[in-house]
Design a protein around this ligand. Sequence first.
Ligand SMILES: Cc1cc2nc3c(=O)[nH]c(=O)nc-3n(C[C@H](O)[C@H](O)[C@H](O)COP(=O)(O)O)c2cc1C
Length: 339
Amino acid sequence: MKSFWGKLNKPFFALAPMYDVTDAPFRAMFAKYSKKAKAKEVPDLVLFTEFVSCDGLASEEGRSKLLRELYYTEAERPIVAQVFGARPGNMEKAARLISELGFDGLDLNMGCPDKAIEKQGAGAALLKDPILAREVVAAAKQGAGDLPVSVKTRLGYNKLDLVWLEKIIATKPAALTVHLRTRKEMSLVPARWSDFPPIVTLAHEAGLVVVGNGDVVGIADGQQKANASGADGIMIGRGAFGRPWLFAGGEEPVLKEKLKILEEQTELFWDLYGPTETNKKLFAGHQKNFAVMKKHFKAYVSGFAGASNLRAKLMAAENPEAVKKIIREAEKEGLGCLV
Ligand SMILES: Cc1cc2nc3c(=O)[nH]c(=O)nc-3n(C[C@H](O)[C@H](O)[C@H](O)COP(=O)(O)O)c2cc1C
């Protein structure tokens, strides 16, 4: 198997899969501002797509729409596609497609607490059905061929469940990411890093690469948590919102620079997902609502005087031209003197 997982320098970092957040334009910013800062030692970074339904990918109609979520560029490598689902036959088909699309890895979601996902027997519901989970992993491996299949899961459903973790480890995914909370805890309590070391040991004994996830705020914090737990890698989700430079480990850019990066991401979003020729060519006209950018406006524009005012204006913007105009005006009105 041509797995990239074992070749990463440790501890490596990963951008967490986040639905409606880690789309291609956002990931492109990480490829540019976190991976390419070659002036000093930058940790290896793995990017994940947001999750995509294996049932959707297995159907002709769904596939044509979902290819929009599976778009990536070479600069993002290693890039892993994340898929959820509980039907082994569809998982096998989806895995074959992910492999044909040239991804570096396929990750299976076994932790999502969303009711709509659980109703399908997928996401965190698989923690209650380890036999089906094993079949799903086996089907994914069958379809993926040479491509490494990894799993992202939680500590347990209602409580820390070492039996679940042992069972999923026994399916021998190439890598195992553990979001250090239970399904019941959602994201409402602090991640339980103190529970992680014995899980890391179990997974290492089985030859897996192990990744810890939950509440990590930056590189130094992640390195400390990797050292303390023995994890090979650290995955960051919310801590990377609005901070595509995070994994380069340097200083925060000044405000003017941050807003420039936000504009860049907005333009790329529009080009890929707006009413453009690129969108027609790449995704047969399947667009995305510009409102998806609002989460990003909120994340980039915070923590400085005048942020809430600027944010409110950006929330009403409907295209990149409007975004640019609002930022230019804010800079003229004095935001510029803060940068
Ligand atoms: C908006 C949002 C969307 C998410 N979507 C996904 C997803 O598609 N797949 C997944 O495995 N986890 C998803 N997660 C969970 C994150 O990947 C991660 O496990 C969780 O946020 C904990 O990490 P953090 O404390 O660093 O944010 C999502 C989380 C958020 C906040």
